[in-house]
Design a protein around this ligand. Structure first.
Ligand SMILES: Nc1ncnc2c1ncn2[C@@H]1O[C@H](COP(=O)(O)OP(=O)(O)O)[C@@H](O)[C@H]1O
Ligand SMILES: CC(=O)N[C@@H](CCC(=O)OP(=O)(O)O)C(=O)O
Length: 294
C-alpha cells in the first residue's frame, strides 16, 4: 500500500464514527457572500457539500450575497446603506436584492454543488411557501434625544412562519436544497432577510442536527482573542452582555441561540476560509470553530 493510500485510509477511519452519527441527519449550512468570492474556494465548498450528500448526510444550504448585491447596486448606480448590519431596503433596492440573491447567486451555488456530483436545486424563500415574512420591527434609543424610536429599514423582513415541506420533499428525493434569503409577506410583498436569520429559522423548522455558520474568523474569540472551542447558550449570552462578543458576531450568536431554542442540537461558528472547514467540523474529534450548545 502506498503512503498516500495509507493516509487516506487513516482519514476514513477517523471519520467513520462521525459518518454514523450524522447518517440521515439534516445539517443546515449558512454560506456567506464573502466566502464565495474566490472561484477555487467556491468549488471546494461545492465538493464538500456534494460529499456530505454522497455519504448519507442531508445538507441544506442557505446562502447570503451581501458583497454581490453591493456590486450590482454600484453598477446600477443605486445607493444603499447598512444600519446595525442590515441593509436599508427601499423599493428599488429590494428588486436588485431579489434579482441577485434568487437569480445569480442562488444558481451559482446550486451549480457548484451539482458540478461536484450531487443534485442541487436552488429556490428562494418565496418558493413553495417556504418563508412567510413580516416587516422587521425594531426600536432603538436615539442618542441625541434619548427617546425610543422605531427603526424603519423599508422592505427588510424577518421570518414569520417557515414551512419546511418543500425542503423535506427535496431532501426525500436526495436533492440538496439551496435557499436564497428572500421572503414574501401575506400581501405578496417581497422582503430582504438577513441570511444568518433565514438560516437559523430554517434550521429550527427542520429540527436540524447542526447549524453551521461559515464566516471569516476562526470562531468565537474570548476577551484575550483566543478561540473558544465550545460554549453553552448561557456563556454566549454572558459574552454579549460583557461586550467581548460584539459587532457582526452578535446577530450570528443570537441566531445560534434562537436555533438551539427551536430544538437544533448544536450551532457552530466556522471559518469558511479554511479548506474543508465543513468536513473538519463534522467528521473530526476536535471539530473546527466554536460549538454553541444548550
Ligand atoms: N468575540 C468575537 N469573536 C469573533 N469575532 C468577533 C467577536 N466579536 C466581534 N467579532 C466580529 O464579528 C465579525 C463576524 O461577523 P460578520 O463580519 O458580520 O460576518 P459575516 O460577514 O460572515 O456574516 C468578525 O469579523 C469580528 O470582527
Ligand atoms: C437585510 C439584509 O441586510 N440582507 C442581506 C441579505 C444577504 C446577506 O445576508 O448576505 P451575507 O450573508 O453575505 O452578509 C443584504 O441585503 O445584504
Amino acid at each position: 500500500m502506498t503512503e498516500e493510500a495509507r493516509s487516506q485510509m487513516e482519514l476514513l477511519a477517523v471519520a467513520l464514527p462521525f459518518l454514523k452519527r450524522y447518517d440521515d441527519q439534516i445539517i443546515v449550512v449558512k454560506y456567506g457572500g464573502h466566502a464565495m468570492g474566490e472561484e477555487e474556494a467556491a468549488n471546494r465548498f461545492g465538493r464538500d457539500i456534494a460529499l456530505l450528500e454522497q455519504v448519507g448526510v442531508n445538507p441544506v444550504v442557505v446562502h447570503g450575497g451581501g458583497p454581490q448585491i453591493n456590486a450590482m447596486l454600484k453598477r446600477l448606480n443605486v445607493q444603499s446603506q447598512f444600519v446595525n448590519g442590515l441593509r436599508v431596503t427601499d423599493a428599488n433596492v429590494v428588486d436588485v436584492v431579489e434579482m441577485v440573491l434568487s437569480g445569480t447567486v442562488n444558481k451559482q451555488v446550486a451549480d457548484c454543488i451539482t458540478r461536484a456530483g450531487a443534485l442541487a436545486v436552488g429556490i428562494s424563500g418565496k418558493d413553495g411557501g417556504l418563508i412567510r415574512a413580516r416587516k422587521l420591527e425594531r426600536t432603538y434609543r436615539d442618542p441625541e434625544s434619548n427617546i425610543e424610536k422605531v427603526l424603519d429599514l423599508g422592505f427588510v423582513g424577518e421570518p414569520d412562519r417557515v414551512d419546511p415541506h418543500v425542503l423535506e420533499l427535496l431532501i426525500g428525493a436526495d436533492i440538496v436544497p439551496v435557499v436564497a434569503p428572500v421572503g414574501v409577506g401575506a400581501d405578496g410583498q417581497t422582503y430582504n432577510i438577513n441570511a444568518d436569520t433565514a438560516a437559523g429559522a430554517i434550521a429550527g423548522a427542520l429540527n436540524a442536527s447542526r447549524l453551521l455558520m461559515l464566516t471569516d474568523v476562526p470562531g468565537v474569540l474570548d476577551a484575550d482573542k483566543k478561540l473558544i472551542p465550545e460554549m453553552t447558550v448561557a456563556q454566549a449570552r454572558a459574552g454579549i452582555a460583557a461586550g467581548w462578543i460584539s459587532g457582526g458576531m452578535i446577530p450570528k450568536i443570537e441566531t445560534c441561540i434562537y436555533a438551539i431554542e427551536q430544538g437544533v442540537k448544536g450551532a457552530v461558528i466556522v471559518d469558511g476560509r479554511v479548506p474543508h472547514a465543513v468536513l473538519i467540523e463534522l467528521f473530526t474529534d476536535g471539530g473546527a470553530g466554536t460549538l454553541i450548545r444548550p
